[in-house]
Design a protein around this ligand. Sequence first.
Ligand code: DMJ
Length: 586
Amino acid sequence: MFEGSVIEEKRDYVTLSLPALQQTAARPTRSWKRICRRWKQLHRLQRVVLWMLGFALLIGLIYAVASRTESHTEASHSVESHAATSLESNVTPPPLPPNPVIDPEEGEDNAQNPEEEEKKGGDQIIPPPELPVKKNARQEAVISAMKHAWRGYKAFAWGHDHLKPISRSLEDWLHLGLTLIDALDTLWIMDLKEEFAEAQEWVATQLNFNINQDVNLFETTIRVLGGLLSSYHLTKEQVFLDKAIDLADRLLAAFNSGSGVPFADVNLYSRRASKPKWGPDSSTSEVTTIQLEFRDLSRITGNPIYENKAGFVTDHIHKLPKTDGLVPIFINAQTGQWRHRSTITLRRGTRHYEYLIKQWIQTGRTKDFLRDDYNESISGMEHHLAARTEPNNLLFFGELHGSTKNFVNKMDELTCFLPGSLILGVHYGMPKHHKRIAEELMYTCTQTWLRQPTNLAPEITYYNTQPSSMNEDFFVKSNDAHYLLRPETIESLWYMYHLTGNKTYQDWGWQMFQGIETHCKVEWGYTSIGNVKSSVSTKPKDKMESFFLGETLKYLYLLFMDDQSIYSVDKWVFNTEGHPLPIYTH
Ligand code: DMJ
């Protein structure tokens, strides 16, 4: 309004002044004669002074005009270049700076101001090495699931073994904060810095192994020792190594048996070992599935005791009689001998075979007896356990029961990690036909999920090997219809995708994840369910297992990763609980 009035004012002025200029146009001749007359009347000296003043005025005027022109030129130049920049911006947006990737070692070397460095170290977690810049939508969905599970655990079970997400309570088993430790490296891999920092803080200040508690050697090794070791490798934070050493020193008591084959349980405080409460023997897969972790600790610390104690068991089992490489499921710790008439099954035995190939890889493929025992066992599986279904010829691996070794046509979800180990072996030069077995078994395992209305697998599936009126390849008994948030099939899908690049494996995994989201997600986390056979009556069991965070969500995240080189199986060997450990040269 104010500016408008000024313009109006100026317009009036212009209008008024035009006639005034026209009126003054006739006067110059008369004025000029008068000026000339005055000039002649001046004294000579006065005229000289006036000339000089005029000259000085002229010079000043020229200078003023010149510098005005110069500054105007500069101003127009800068307007032009600004215009050019705006134009450029309209055409091509400036490139965004890449996400910073902080090299942990570089960070240490660059320490200029110790105080600032200390502050940084206190509240900043270094992202995983070679962290991918962008995550795709499927990865983001899995990260949301992880955050959701973590939120429930933090609210109602913080520092305890398991969350009961429906009753909003907790459950302890080993009293070791299992979920928190199992989740550590998953949080790290997903770049969930805040959550990782609070978990690390708990490990540093609350995790205490000096407790009067019997723990299972196998479960404590794969979940807690494995979780601490992989966290140490990923972060180089000393606290994880210190805790790992303290725990392993206590667990060593388990090997104080007549044979050197460990007892199943150890009391962490008294460091006394005992057979399991349910029977006289140790489980074979449990005594042969702890070597990756104990060896890793020896390699880090330079103390050979851990590797020697656990490695002895593998050497001992290597010498025991087997059925074409297949082992019975129980062994006596005092005598070091198999339990007579014990069943052969991949359900409780498979992890033994997994650690044969993985130990061979971990030791830089230098201990060939491990590779040979593995190959013999796969031949044994093909010969004794492999069978096909009616009507669709699906491959599955059954069990040989008791002393008669009767074939039983059942396979557990637990067995479905086998395709992953098989394809890993093929990658490292095992017989090529193992790939075909891996692909076929992968398909069968996937069907046990995707043929259920929930897209979730039952714990145990029975297979029809004879034509039947049901015309179905498999069926599930009501007692076996639970899904405990297990990872095995998803774990194998990751290996299959990782090593073949076939995106179908990703799509299968995505469908399974949808099943988990639809039927297991509750307000405060995820729950295992009692019935995968109905999408309306799933019978939630109110328990979130630690391996759901340690394995299931981790393998889903890895499965959907665009850049598969980051956690490559050429650099890492994953323990049976999904914790990555480095590969050594020998
Ligand atoms: C995990 O603790 C490990 O994968 C173990 O080897 C077998 N069982 C669970 C997952 O189902």
